[in-house]
Each structure stands twice: as structure tokens, then as C-alpha cells.
Design a protein around this ligand. Structure first.
Ligand code: FES
Length: 114
């Protein structure tokens, strides 16, 4: 029987859409969510930069870090925190699971600010 958390999981992409070292943003239940493949493991955080709302998918992925193309904030995919010249609220962090060829996301954040 599915738990409440499993019921919330939404099929967002195919694994073939996100090879290692790539990231993409998706609309999931009205939220823009960034999913990245870091060495075969998937991470999901809010895709809209908390600084001035650039889409983080336009930035650069380097390991667990995403550098925003807008003004250079560097976001950590593991906890949604940013390194920047000013304090920024955390991006929401979402649960990601793989089921067969699909990547599923729970749009209820584990942590962070929506
Ligand atoms: S919009 Fe991302 S750093 Fe300014």
C-alpha cells in the first residue's frame, strides 16, 4: 500500500532526459523545480533563484553546485543554501526517486522556503 509520501510523487522526466552532469527545470504542480544528475544521483531544488528570479537551469552545474547565470549566486543542491554577497533564503529541497526509466519528484519540499 502506498504511503502518503509515495502518493505525492509525480513523474517528471525520463532518466534519458538527464544524463550525468546535466540539469533541467520542470513545471511540477505549478512549481518550477530544478533536477540535476550528479554522478548518477538526482537532486531537486527550487529552480527560480531567490536573488532575482533567474531560472537556475540556465546556469552552470559543477558537482553539487549550481552557479546562477544572473549574478553568480552558487546554490548547493544538497541543502538549497547559497553562497552569495548577501544572505539569500534557502531554495526548497525536494525528494527525488527513480522508478524504472522515470524520475519522480515529491512537490512538497523537504526543507527550504517556497
Ligand atoms: S538571479 Fe540568481 S544570482 Fe541574481
Amino acid at each position: 500500500m502506498a504511503t502518503d509520501a509515495q502518493k505525492n510523487l509525480i513523474k517528471v522526466a525520463k532518466r534519458s532526459d538527464l544524463p550525468e552532469g546535466t540539469m533541467c527545470s520542470f513545471d511540477v504542480n505549478g512549481k518550477r523545480i530544478l533536477i540535476a544528475n550528479v554522478a548518477g544521483k538526482y537532486y531537486a531544488i527550487g529552480a527560480i533563484c531567490k536573488h532575482a528570479e533567474w531560472d537556475l537551469a540556465e546556469g552552470t552545474l559543477d558537482g553539487y553546485k549550481v552557479e546562477c547565470l544572473g549574478h553568480g549566486a552558487v546554490w548547493d543542491l544538497r541543502d538549497g543554501t547559497a553562497e552569495f554577497q548577501e544572505d539569500l533564503p534557502r531554495e526548497p529541497v525536494y525528494e527525488v526517486l527513480v522508478n524504472g526509466e522515470y524520475i519522480l519528484v515529491n512537490p512538497e519540499p523537504i526543507s527550504g522556503n517556497e
